[in-house]
Ligand binder design. Structure first.
Ligand SMILES: [Mg+2]
Length: 243
């Protein structure tokens, strides 16, 4: 397949680092914080109940689907209120959670691959999550970070892809969006007129997913960011847009 790539937009969670271990740890940090600063709330809201409340808050506030930060703050306020603690604790509790949420462990190939890609093409981070790349120490490889919270709509909404292309100054058809999620990343990017690269990393069992649709395929499928950097190296004409 031949197509020009002048810029890359990149998903973060499960594309640059695995998100599940980060969330498990961040929730534990939050639970520890609550035990220390608001023991009544900690007692009343063990982890499974806290998770149920987060899901309930998300269901009650579909208009906040793009804003995980706000959803979590609402859940925290409700936890403190129901336990008879000061709801103003929601903010420092969130800060403790968020600091841990930004302590990610990258996939082994991520950093080198991002450096290689950033040396050739402008990269922009495009995420529905609320990771802070400055805190994570990765901002230097990206032109900018556009999050669903800041934009007001989440992937797969076309507007967030178009906003990123506009900021990059590159037409959607010459931007390659890279991500792990079939709906949010691949189909969202495709519908918005971008090229789509599916990151299909093997699971812990060594098995990759199979593409589930016959009618539409990603423009590119790779098992890692390193493989994408290799592909870009092997297709310099496509990088220059003269393919
Ligand atoms: Mg992802």
């Amino acid at each position: 397949m031949s197509f020009p790539v002048r810029a890359i937009t990149l998903d973060l969670d499960d594309t640059v680092w695995p998100i599940a271990p980060v969330m498990v740890r961040a929730e534990r940090v939050l639970a520890d914080w609550l035990r220390e600063h608001a023991p009544r709330t900690a007692e009343r809201w063990p982890l499974p109940k806290m998770r149920e409340l987060r899901d309930a808050v998300a269901a009650e506030h579909p208009h906040l689907a793009h804003d995980f930060t706000r959803q979590r703050l609402i859940a925290l306020e409700r936890m403190f209120e129901e336990a008879g603690d000061d709801v103003a604790l929601a903010e420092p509790a969130f800060d403790a959670f968020f600091a841990a949420r930004c302590e990610v462990e990258h996939y082994a190939d991520s950093l080198e691959a991002l450096d290689r890609m950033a040396a050739k093409l402008p990269l922009a981070a495009l995420s529905n999550g609320n990771a802070d790349l400055s805190r994570i120490g990765l901002m230097h490889v990206f032109r900018f970070q556009l999050g669903a919270r800041e934009h007001g709509r989440a992937k797969p909404d076309a507007s967030i892809f178009h906003a990123a292309c506009e900021r990059l100054g590159v037409a959607p058809g010459k931007v390659l969006h890279v991500g792990d999620d079939i709906e949010m990343d691949v189909l969202g990017a495709h519908r918005a007129g971008l090229r789509a690269c599916w990151i299909n990393r093997a699971g812990d069992d060594g098995v990759s997913r199979s593409w589930p649709r016959d009618d539409l395929r990603p423009d590119l499928e790779v098992p890692s960011l390193a493989a994408l950097a290799d592909w870009l190296d092997a297709h310099p004409d496509q990088r220059q847009g003269v393919a």
